[in-house]
Write a protein that binds this ligand. Sequence first.
Ligand code: GSH
Length: 239
Amino acid sequence: MSTEKCFAKGSAAPSSVPNGYIRLYSMRFCPFAQRTRLVLSAKGIKHDTININLKDKPDWFLEKNPLGLVPTLETPAGEVIYESPITCDYLDEVYPEKKLLPSSPFGRAQQKMMLEQFSKITPYFYKIPMGRKNGEDVSGLEAELKEKLSKLNEDLVNKKTKFFGGDSITMIDYMMWPWFERLEVFELKHCLDSTPELKKWTERMLDDMAVKATMHSMENHKAFTKTYGEGKPNYDYGL
Ligand code: GSH
């Protein structure tokens, strides 16, 4: 079963998760849920997706995850897993095909350290557009973001690899990608002008099958973001 339109408060609860499947509770435009969608797609995991209206959440969803956040996974046994990096690590552990995390403990620790650093970058993607909307001077924030992106660029230069975990895509690339997909939506694409290796990384990412399978057109991203900015997110935009 796969539903596209989101479930809101008052909607009937979906039937239980079929054996052999895992369920993702998602929102089509959520960058955190996209992390999990990328991993599900890259590993070819059989799953169904239930999209949630995050402004008007069904009670049955809040019973599964009291934080009310997507992504949330549910197994046929009723086990519930949330927080995007935890859902992705779980999938990589449980489904051994095409491992995305390195096999060595140090390799895994390195990816977690990178992710920790990256989580300090994501707030800029919201603060800058919000500041602009409020007519504030965001040049300082933009300079800080550029500085952080140049560190990522430097990392690729030093490693001399195509991706952040080596010459093929690994977990850390998927963890960071959703925000780069949205750079144009945030009107921050120019921030890559002085980070050529990072820019090349974004181009390589666009060739990946899971990236292609989970991405939205810029038109849909922009239209959704507009409805979100107006306080009335259209989670079903483009369906
Ligand atoms: N730390 C969480 C993760 O990494 O999974 C963040 C997830 C998150 O913020 N998801 C948003 C959400 O569920 C959608 S993009 N918002 C609903 C709410 O805040 O009530």
